[in-house]
Design a protein around this ligand. Structure first.
Ligand code: ADP
Ligand code: DP6
Length: 326
């Protein structure tokens, strides 16, 4: 017998206040609360089938069977679902990433959120958004936030049961992003490894924690006021502090390429021209602009002087997790 889900879609999210460090590695409990915007441009569609004829779990992304490491991440979610639903069959996961995988464009966020949705659906579990967020979190921390559209905050909590994301704001105002993809290849230092290294070795980590708490409170009030300048300034600072931690780790590492710096300088130039535009970066060399959605077309045109059009993607706030009806 096969228990097959419909296709489930989850969008990526980009953190404005970064999650960069775990308190508990196994349960994926973070050191600080984080806050993100879910985007329409990048997403994952996933279908799960529990099948009594399978003799192992298999994960296909874009038709390619994935290695042990990616499978193990997915199996954390499969095992939790199997336990809850008392299912003993192996599963086949079919997934389509409309986002480059492992390139700092948050494929793990959309990928593991879509998997949480599809696996629980295939198992016949009727989970609330909060339960889905907790389940997605066990696969990849940032996935907890991709359950919701607009702005979401992942509350770090103190245990498996209360470390969960909640919706903060629909982001139905003039805010948008523009991605400058300088490289969509796989990164050398995964997020999991990078954050582990800074927690263990950066002498600045305590400073990160205290300033993240302040940044979070400030950005929530700026979001309420729909103040793009304050939101952008705080998000840019949070990202740069995260990258400063990486430089201060032992051994030090960074995700920047020469083209990242070119893109970062562009953002500064735009600001000098009067645009309210800011940058954020994750565990990869790509630079993401935050600004007024209504100005993104103009910035896109200006960036065409420096980058190819395939490198530029405009993104608007996106929706939460959804089941695709056939
Ligand atoms: P990214 O910046 O893309 O999030 P990470 O290295 O943090 O990069 O995460 C990439 C990992 O997330 C992949 O190696 C894989 O384990 C997992 N992943 C990505 N997409 C999917 C998917 N669609 N289904 C299941 N797992 C996925
Ligand atoms: C830089 O969620 O990919 O994107 O929990 O180890 O799977 P794991 O890490 P992951 O880390 C995301 C880090 C970040 C910042 C963020 O999204 O908050």
């Amino acid at each position: 017998m096969i228990k097959q889900s419909k296709w489930v879609r989850a969008h990526t999210n980009i953190a404005f206040i970064k999650y960069w460090g775990k308190e508990n590695e196994e349960l994926i409990l973070p050191k600080n609360n984080s806050l993100s915007l879910t985007l329409d441009a990048f997403y994952t569609d996933t279908q799960v089938s529990f099948d009594e004829d399978l003799n192992k779990d298999i994960l296909f992304i874009d038709g390619e069977e994935q290695d042990e490491k990616a499978l193990n991440k997915a199996q954390v979610i499969l095992d939790l679902v199997r336990e809850e639903a008392d299912i003993h069959d192996f599963a086949r996961i079919d997934s389509k990433n409309h986002v480059p995988t492992a390139a700092g464009l948050a494929s793990s966020a959309s990928g593991l959120a879509a998997l949480a949705g599809a696996a629980s659906l295939a198992a016949g579990l009727d989970l609330s958004k909060e339960e889905l967020s907790r389940l997605a979190r066990r696969g990849s921390g940032s996935a907890s936030r991709s359950i919701y559209g607009g702005f979401a905050e992942w509350e770090k909590g103190t245990s498996d049961s209360n470390s969960v994301a909640i919706p903060i704001d629909k982001a139905d105002w003039d805010i948008g992003m523009l991605f400058i993809i300088v490289d969509d290849g796989k990164k050398d230092v995964s997020s999991t490894e990078g954050m582990r290294r800074v927690v263990e070795t950066s002498p600045y980590y305590e400073g990160w924690i205290s300033s993240a708490t302040e940044d979070l409170a400030a950005i929530k009030s700026a979001i309420k006021k729909q103040d793009i300048v304050e939101v952008g300034e705080i998000a840019e600072r949070s990202a740069l502090k995260m990258h400063a931690l990486n430089l201060s780790a032992n051994p030090p590492f960074n995700y920047w390429s020469p083209e990242s710096i070119v893109a970062m300088r562009k953002v500064e130039e735009f600001r000098n021209q009067g645009y309210s535009v800011y940058l954020t970066m994750d565990a990869g060399p790509n630079v993401k602009l935050i600004g007024k959605a209504s100005q993104m077309d103009e910035l896109y045109q200006a960036l065409l002087e420096t980058f190819r059009k395939e490198q530029l993607v405009i993104a608007k706030p996106g929706p939460g997790i959804q089941i695709l009806e056939d």
